[in-house]
Design a protein around this ligand. Structure first.
Ligand code: FAD
Length: 383
C-alpha cells in the first residue's frame, strides 16, 4: 500500500485516484479550486436553476467503449447531439459546413455530387501541399467559404492570422456533402443528467480517497507521499523558471433573459467585427429540462496572462521549443508523473483524458505492486 498524492481533481486526477484506490492504495487528491471536476465543472445557477457549464460548454462524445462504460457507471448520460449554428455577415448557417450550408450560402439547391464539383471549382488547386491553416482552407473550400467561416473566427480564437497557423489545425476536410449537421461523428454522444461534477464526485467516492479542496500544492507536500501525480501545468511544476508555455484564455460574459435568448445551445460568430467567438445558451445542453428563464455565455478569447486560467495550448514553434526544455527536465524528475491536459500541454477532449488516465493506471498498477519506479510520462507531450 502506497501513499499517493494527486494534484488536480479534474477527470485525469479523479480517474487515476479511483483506479489506484481500488488496488488498495491510499490517495490524497488536492485541488486549488473549491470544487472537483476541473474545467468540466457544472453547477446550477441560483437565479434560473439551469445547469451551467462554468468553464465553457462541454459535450461528451467518444468511440471508446471502455470510456463510455466508465462514464455511465458514474452517472446517467442522456443522448445529446450538438447542432451548431454560425452567424456570418448577418445570416445564420448550419455548421460544420454541410450540404445545407453550401446551398444556403451560394443560394443553390445542389445534390451531393453537384456540390462536390461546385466546391472543387471554388478551391484553390494551385496550392499543392498546404502549409498553413489559410492555405489548407483555401485548398479545400475556396475563398468565399474560407472568408465567411474560418478567417475571422480563427483570428479571434487564436489571436493571429490563419496564415501564421500550421495546416494541422484544420486536419480533416471540414465539409460534408450531405445534410448531416451533427457536430461530432462519434458513436456515443451525451450529456450527464446531473452534470459533470456529480460524475467526478462519484468517481472520487471511495474510502481510499481523501479530497482536499481549496488546497494549492506546496513542494513540502511531497515528503508525505510515496509518489505524486501532477495534473497542473507542466511549467508550473518548475515555478515557470524557463518561461511560460503559451495558452489562450477565455472570458465569459454572462447574459440572462426571460424565455429564450437564441433558441439553440451554440452559435458561432464568424465575423472579425463581432468581438466574441460564440454564445452558449446553457439550458439547451439539458433539453429534457424546462426553464422559464435563460442564462448564456458570450465567449471571448485572448492571450493567457499570469493570473488567468489556461484553456487552449497554443503550441506554436516557440512554445514547442520551450516545451522540449521542460520535458527534458521533467524526465529527470523522480517520484512524480505528469498526466492530463495541462501537464502534457495538449488539448484533450474528456474521453481522451479518461482513456489516458485509465491507460496510465493500467501501466502503473503492476509497477506499484512490484515496488518499481514510475515514469515521469506515460504519454509523450511532444508526440
Ligand atoms: C472551453 C473548453 C471547452 C471544452 N469542451 C469540451 C467538449 O465539449 N467535449 C470534451 O470532450 N472536452 C471538452 N473540453 C476539454 C476538457 O475540458 C478536458 O478534457 C478536461 O478538462 C481535462 O481534464 P484534466 O483533469 O486533464 O484537466 P483540468 O480539468 O484542467 O483539471 C486540472 C485541475 O488541476 C488543478 N490544479 C492545477 N494546478 C494546481 C495546483 N498547483 N494545486 C492544486 N490544484 C491544481 C486545477 O484547479 C484543475 O481543477 C473543453 C475544454 C475547453 C477549454
Amino acid at each position: 500500500m502506497k501513499n499517493i498524492l494527486i494534484v488536480g481533481a479534474g477527470f485525469s486526477g479523479a480517474v487515476i485516484a479511483r483506479e489506484l484506490a481500488e488496488q488498495g492504495h491510499r490517495l490524497t487528491v488536492i485541488d486549488q479550486r473549491e470544487h472537483v471536476a476541473g474545467n468540466c465543472h457544472s453547477a446550477r445557477d441560483a437565479e434560473t436553476d439551469v445547469m451551467v457549464h462554468v468553464y465553457g460548454p462541454h459535450i461528451f462524445h467518444t468511440d471508446h467503449e471502455r470510456v463510455w462504460e466508465y462514464i455511465n457507471r458514474h452517472g446517467e448520460m442522456i443522448p445529446f447531439v450538438n447542432r451548431v449554428k454560425a452567424v456570418s455577415k448577418g445570416r445564420v448557417y448550419s455548421l460544420p459546413i454541410n450540404l445545407h450550408t453550401i446551398n444556403q450560402f451560394f443560394g443553390k439547391t445542389l445534390a451531393p455530387d453537384e456540390a462536390r464539383a461546385f466546391l472543387e471549382s471554388q478551391a484553390d488547386l494551385s496550392i499543392e501541399s498546404p502549409q498553413t491553416f489559410e492555405e489548407q482552407a483555401l485548398r479545400f473550400v475556396g475563398k468565399s467559404l474560407y472568408e465567411a467561416f474560418f478567417e475571422g473566427y480563427t483570428r479571434k480564437q487564436w489571436g493571429v492570422s490563419p496564415s501564421e497557423l500550421p495546416a494541422s489545425i484544420l486536419k480533416r476536410l471540414p465539409v460534408r456533402f450531405n445534410y448531416d449537421d451533427n457536430y461530432y461523428s462519434h458513436r456515443y454522444q451525451g450529456m450527464p443528467r446531473d452534470g459533470y461534477t456529480r460524475i467526478v464526485e462519484s468517481i472520487l467516492d471511495h474510502p481510499g480517497i481523501e479530497v482536499r479542496l481549496q488546497t494549492r500544492y506546496e513542494p513540502a507536500m511531497r515528503q508525505a507521499a510515496d509518489h505524486v501525480f501532477w495534473t497542473g501545468p507542466l511549467d508550473a511544476w518548475f515555478g515557470f523558471d524557463l518561461g511560460r508555455l503559451g495558452y489562450r484564455t477565455l472570458d465569459f460574459e454572462t447574459v440572462r433573459c426571460d424565455g429564450d435568448l437564441q433558441g439553440t445551445a451554440v452559435i458561432n460568430y464568424c465575423d472579425s467585427d463581432v468581438p466574441y467567438t460564440r454564445i452558449s445558451e446553457h439550458k439547451y445542453f439539458s433539453p429534457w429540462e424546462k426553464h422559464e428563464k435563460s442564462i448564456a455565455y458570450r465567449e471571448y478569447s485572448r492571450l493567457c496572462g499570469e493570473d488567468d486560467i489556461p484553456y487552449y495550448p497554443i503550441r506554436l514553434v516557440k512554445d514547442k521549443a520551450l516545451l522540449q526544455q521542460y520535458v527534458d527536465r521533467a524526465r529527470e524528475e523522480k517520484g512524480v508523473t505528469f498526466v492530463g491536459r495541462l501537464a502534457t500541454y495538449r488539448y484533450l477532449d474528456m474521453d481522451v483524458t479518461i482513456k489516458e488516465a485509465l491507460d496510465v493506471s493500467d501501466a502503473v498498477k503492476p509497477a506499484l505492486e512490484a515496488g518499481a519506479r514510475l515514469d515521469p510520462f506515460y504519454v509523450n507531450p511532444l508526440g
